[in-house]
Design a protein around this ligand. Sequence first.
Ligand SMILES: Nc1nc2c(ncn2[C@@H]2O[C@H](COP(=O)(O)OP(=O)(O)OP(=O)(O)O)[C@@H](O)[C@H]2O)c(=O)[nH]1
Ligand SMILES: [Mg+2]
Length: 300
Amino acid sequence: MKYQWYPGHMAKARRMMEDSIRLVDVVIEIVDARCPASSRNPDIDRMAAGKGRILILNKSDLADPAVTALWSSHFQSAGISCLAADARRRISVRTLTQMTQKVCEDRNARRRAKGMNTDHVRAMIAGIPNVGKSTWINSLSGRASAKTGNKPGVTRGGQWIAVGSSFELLDTPGILWPGMEGEKTGRNLALTGSMRDEVINIEELALELITYLLKSYPGALAARYGIDESETIDAQRDDMILRPGTSADAIRCMEDICVCRAFVRKGGGVDYGRAARAILDDFRSGRLGRISLEKPPAKE
Ligand SMILES: Nc1nc2c(ncn2[C@@H]2O[C@H](COP(=O)(O)OP(=O)(O)OP(=O)(O)O)[C@@H](O)[C@H]2O)c(=O)[nH]1
Ligand SMILES: [Mg+2]
């Protein structure tokens, strides 16, 4: 399955961001801590060239803490200022001040030379849909200034929000990019809810998640649904059409989940659609445990 979602409002948002970029000193890119590489938009990288940069690994409460620590040191050793965050908790303005002042050293030196104030910083908050940009701004400002929601595409226009006297933050709509490379990138963004479920085959996506969990987080599905993960089946069953990224065991697990949860269709037969929605919901809200979808490349 190819995952791709680039509706007109994103192209429009991208143009708005390109127009506004000259107004800001820093670009704060928010990514999903469960897949920090997949959730970085190369368009934002290009747009923000020459600006101070900060990377926030948000939703770290849902990610595997050991893997998030690997990502933090990976970005830091590449010279990228980064911070793991849970935007639903209060975020300290002081931490952000320290980070922005550091990435703004050149700008500050130029300003001081002209006798200008260096305390005030304007930042654009950018990232793909649903990673928590607006929640992060609200958490920093201590009030619900920006609209948030548990689906991609909530923020539509740009909105400036003042935080204390030192920050002005520009909330922007989440944007993806056309021509996304790599199956895994799209799959990860579909899993974390950065694409609309309506444009995705959620049953296939759930099977990909189960395949991944069986391999990388054994026991997570058994703990949640009471199924037996160790049972394996004959992959040659002729009613199965396996797609890349999914395994026969994943189909068997999905069927077992249907049985354990009594997800059956009216006329009989298991209800894959319901099981898929339950599994995706459970993953997205952390009920399957703290799970990361990718690790940084191993150091040489
Ligand atoms: N568990 C958890 N949930 C979060 C966190 N940050 C945001 N959320 C939730 O994620 C959902 C999306 O948050 P938003 O702030 O609307 O995301 P956004 O990036 O502004 O999304 P768009 O405007 O659609 O691009 C909401 O349901 C938030 O409550 C976090 O750090 N941890
Ligand atoms: Mg938003």
